[in-house]
Design a protein around this ligand. Structure first.
Ligand code: MG
Length: 243
């Protein structure tokens, strides 16, 4: 029988990536497509062909490495050096509209809150805070690790370290939940955090055995997450009752 993934870890804090685990990554896809179309219109070019866009996007998803913006700038703007310009233009279009919150997020955060410190740890614009408030998640979030507010981006260790400091926990007692290997699972694991890979959005569409071996556990959604992280509660109680 295989051991549960976090059987040896007392989990005191859980950090969530936002795009993928919380909001649909198609919000980012819409923004980056709009940005590409703006920039191409300025060059007198036609809008991006959807199938060609999807091919580049899926190649980055399959690889779980490399810069999506650089690949898109090279393919659709003719110069990978325009990635920063694309990034800047994407920011203006990037929103998380009502209805793009995954249905399993609120029940998951509600169950975790109070038992562990809950944080977001994400490369996002400051406006994501308004979306999370609008959707009723703010009362369940203790640590707001939003890159635009903190000044560091994943995969930099600094954003993880900042969030750990805010949570008052160590890597050994903290788990990061994200949907990318390159910006979530690998940097978190390097620092010693537990890792959950959520297989939606920018995650690999058909993960390989090697990819699946990188996180502590891979899950299709957040439904079983509280139980996975907290066990049945006995471990936490045993720890609390220890003299
Ligand atoms: Mg993500």
């Amino acid at each position: 029988m295989t051991r549960p993934p976090f059987a040896d870890r007392i989990v005191e804090a859980v950090f969530f990536d936002v795009g993928g685990p919380i909001y649909d990554d198609e919000n980012f896809v819409s923004a980056v497509l709009a940005a590409l179309d703006d920039l191409r219109a300025e060059q007198g070019r036609e809008p991006v062909d959807w199938a060609s866009f999807r091919a580049v996007y899926d190649a980055v998803r399959i690889a779980q490495s490399g810069s999506l913006r650089r690949a898109l700038a090279a393919e659709f703007l003719g110069d990978e050096r325009r990635r920063d310009e694309l990034h800047e233009r994407t920011r203006h279009h990037w929103q998380h509209p009502a209805g793009s919150l995954y249905a399993d997020v609120l029940p998951c955060l509600r169950e975790l809150h109070g038992q562990v410190r809950v944080g977001v740890l994400a490369n996002q614009e400051a406006t994501v805070v308004d979306a999370l408030r609008r959707d009723g998640l703010a009362p369940f979030i203790d640590v707001w690790g939003v890159s635009a507010l903190v000044g560091f981006e994943k995969p930099e260790p600094a954003l993880f370290e900042w969030a750990l400091k805010q949570a008052g926990t160590t890597p050994a007692t903290t788990v990061h939940v994200g949907n990318r290997l390159d910006t979530d699972v690998r940097p978190a694991r390097r620092l010693g955090l537990g890792t959950v890979w959520v297989l939606r959005g920018e995650a690999a569409p058909e993960p390989t055995t090697e990819q699946l071996a990188e996180p502590d556990v891979a899950v299709p959604d957040l439904r079983g997450l509280p139980r996975l992280l907290l066990g049945d509660g006995r471990r936490q109680r045993a720890e609390a009752e220890r003299p």
